[in-house]
Design a protein around this ligand. Sequence first.
Ligand code: ATP
Length: 221
Amino acid sequence: MQDSRPLGIFGGTFDPVHLGHLRLAEEAVESLDLAGIRWIPAGQPKHRAAPHVDATHRLRMVELAVADNPRFAVDAAEVESDASYTVPTLERLRVEFGEGRSLVLLLGADAYAGLAGWHRWQEIFSLAHIAVTHRPGYAIDAATLPPALAEEHVRRFRPDGAAFTSSAAGCIGSFAMTPLAISATDIRERLQAGRSVRYLLPRPVIDYIQTHRLYLRQTPA
Ligand code: ATP
């Protein structure tokens, strides 16, 4: 029988993927009772600086990172089309999963705070729910959000996760995760300086970075 529980959607540059991303996804599955998570590495994000390594490398690292988790699947569509707009991606997933399926876009607090800068961001609410989690150094607080997002936040926020199962889209919620101040920027800096990144990202991803000699220079690939 098909699992009808909400499906998590987790996009990012994953430049590179690290244990902060993996714990976010793992704890989202558990606390929001998700059927699983679609990881969607971005092609060439328009709303932030160009990633430091090619999209095919970032995709491969995500595939290696999630390979041993049956609840995680990787979606290569943005990498293959070299695009990374969230709304078209959600429209595609809506067609794939049907109107009634609950889709939950997972965001860290920093990404959520920047949501109002995303292309067609208000259309996200007709396509998916949003679940935000804390990230050390960033608050989830309507008072600190840009006014248009704060308005949506106050209107759509539901303190309990049941909202994600009773409708297909349109609510905002939050979930707790183990605070991990791991960041891709910090990992890239360590790699460039020849310092250890052990225990910050999965071993197969570290091996991949070393084999392909990634992140040795600051300039975009
Ligand atoms: P950087 O560290 O350079 O800012 P990043 O890891 O935040 O990079 P992305 O790969 O695009 O960049 O992040 C994907 C998603 O994961 C975003 O929603 C981001 O908020 C979230 N995220 C990343 N790291 C953490 C963390 N340590 N704790 C919570 N959320 C995180």
